[in-house]
Design a protein around this ligand. Structure first.
Ligand code: ATP
Length: 296
């Protein structure tokens, strides 16, 4: 039986500038995404209707049936192509669920890529990217991978070339944070302020041209960090401990609760990960590198 395997990376946001709420309810964003080497695997094989299974470290937390965004991705793609949606999706889940790492969006991107191949639709990146944007704001980036500036609600992408690899430690928290709860909280603390047009700023773009960790570290910024930390106060200690242990810089990833620490090298990332786990300030810590890419 023919099957197609897609390996899809997680993402972190090196900059996440959050603007005003738009008439359609989304926040205007300016963000720098980087895909990192923590991968889910999405296997598409022939099926009758769409079914999904999930295994791996975080498989238990993946929703079944049409609540699963990978299932919705397969259905949307079939609908677009005018064919019956027949596929079995098997997800191996290594990316924590609701961790601020866009794991659901990664699975949706993986399902699009794998079903396009399994069904021999031959849709190009542009077609797939349009379908991806309808599924979720982060899905177009997850389909592209690498490093990119995202504007609009994050779906309008400009790819960035980076001079080299950055080495990170993902400090995985116990439990989840709801992205919508984090944005609602931000809105509630912002009511009396005027919100300016979001911009990633020049410093991160310049820093990425050399991929110097110190320069990148100084340019990290996340407008959701303060509210994510309010909702999960233990993150204060996680961030402080990472810095005390010698991380170049540390930031909440997306809407959290995962924290991303920047290291000087792959070796430094590995030792920092072990020290963070020993310090007991996270459930797990994983050394990764970016930019990473999808593969089939
Ligand atoms: P982001 O960084 O984009 O805010 P996140 O990493 O916080 O996302 P995800 O893991 O992408 O969160 O998923 C958030 C929600 O999507 C979860 O509450 C989960 O129930 C639902 N979901 C649907 N399909 C999936 C999937 N395949 N994997 C993980 N979560 C899924």
């Amino acid at each position: 039986v023919r099957q197609v395997i897609a390996r899809v990376p997680a993402k972190i946001n090196l900059v996440l500038a959050v603007g005003a709420v738009r008439p359609d309810g989304y926040h205007e964003l300016a963000t720098v995404f980087q895909a990192v080497s923590l991968y889910d695997e999405v296997v598409a094989s022939p099926g009758d209707g769409v079914s999904v299974s999930a295994s791996g470290p975080y498989g238990y937390a993946v929703p079944a049936g049409d609540l699963n965004i990978a299932v919705r991705a397969a259905r949307t793609l079939a609908h677009h192509a005018g064919i019956a949606a027949d596929v079995r999706l098997d997800i191996t889940k290594a990316i924590p669920v609701a961790g601020g790492l866009a794991g659901g969006s990664a699975d949706a991107a993986g399902a699009l890529l794998a079903c396009n191949e399994l069904w021999r639709l031959g849709l190009d990146d542009r077609d797939l990217s349009g379908i991806a944007a309808a599924l979720g704001s982060d899905v177009p980036f997850m389909l592209a991978g690498g490093t990119a500036v995202g504007t609009g609600r994050g779906e309008q992408l400009r790819h960035l070339d980076t001079a080299g690899m950055l080495h990170w430690v993902l400090a995985i928290a116990d439990g989840q944070l709801s992205t919508s709860a984090v944005y609602r909280r931000l809105d509630s603390v912002r009511t009396s302020q005027s919100v300016s047009k979001p911009d990633v700023g020049q410093s991160i773009l310049t820093a990425l041209q050399t991929a110097d960790p110190v320069a990148v570290g100084l340019a990290l910024r996340n407008d959701l960090q303060e509210v994510a930390v309010e909702l999960r106060p233990t993150l204060t200690q996680t961030l402080q401990t990472g810095r005390d242990l010698g991380a170049v810089s540390g930031i909440v990833s997306g809407s959290g609760p995962t924290c991303a620490f920047l290291a000087r090298s792959a070796d430094h990332a590995r030792s920092l990960a072990a020290e963070l786990v020993s310090a007991g300030v996270c459930a797990d810590a994983i050394a990764v590198a970016g930019p990473a890419f999808l593969s089939e």
